[in-house]
Write a protein that binds this ligand. Sequence first.
Ligand SMILES: *Cc1c(COP(=O)(O)O)cnc(C)c1O
Length: 345
Amino acid sequence: MTSEPQQFASDNYSGICPEAWAAMAEANHGHAPAYGDDLWTARASDAFRALFETDCEVFFAFNGTAANSLALASLCQSYHGVICSDVAHVETDECGAPEFFSNGSKLLVAPSAGGKLTPEAIRAIATARSDIHFPKPRVVTVTQPTETGQVYELDELRAISAVCRELGLNLHMDGARFANACASLRCSPADMTWRAGIDVLCFGGTKNGMAAGEAILFFNRKLAEDFDYRCKQAGQLASKMRFLSAPWVGMLESGAWLRNAEHGNACARRLQQQIAGLSGLEVMFPVQANAVFVRMVDERMAALRDRGWRFYTFIGGGARFMFAWDAEPQRVDDLAADLRRIASA
Ligand SMILES: *Cc1c(COP(=O)(O)O)cnc(C)c1O
């Protein structure tokens, strides 16, 4: 089968990276115990504990919607509220799954710039009401990097977690592109999470180069109580778990998780540098991870589509380009050249 030319509409258009693929192939010998009682799952969990330099609880789910929803559900009761940004994936792209799996915990949406929550915004929502008629705020969720590719600095995360501790709120991180944030800040996963006060992290594998799979890491182990039952009830317990966990061994032990993210980030910068300052095109957000959003008039969007490019406009109205582990630099340059052509047309 011939493959189509590479597109940058989403980082999940990409294939499976060699390290994940090789680990799956290696796991595909003989039989192994089911439902996570196998050596690959133990090894993947240990690889996470080594990478994060702590004895966290580790679980595996098929996708990010499930990981986020189940993690949030484990942090609150049905009458609690979850504070998130107005552009958070949990709010805009999970079809109500966080509310569904928590039996009704309401998402409390804060206006945000670039998808970043601030201590002030959190405090405002958490303290606005204390009467019985409003859901009691209990969780804050941050997306790192945000849906538009901004990265919280460590001191921003620490300031948020300080407010959370003060107000009795648990802190969750949607890390669908967590690796891209680590690559961007060049900081350790531990510094980005539990050392900054994160209680639970959903670490994305799919966009990082795996076929499927997200890991849920509980740094606050108390919060992981019965989480395995929650996963099972939600249809997220893989019977052949080794094929969900083995790719993580390949990703983490080889360092591919970080290399892949560095490559995606570099491709985003490569595009941005080539289109910066062109009249008629506006790079909408600071490029800090693997995303570039370009605002342009509809005629230019159409012209870009006519040149064969696919992209989505559902966030903020601009054209979104996302770069995965396998983004071809030449193809990035081709996109930049076409953007230059339509800008001057
Ligand atoms: C992709 C993504 C997810 C996970 O989405 P699934 O399609 O459910 O795997 C979660 N959060 C963010 C910010 C994402 O971009």
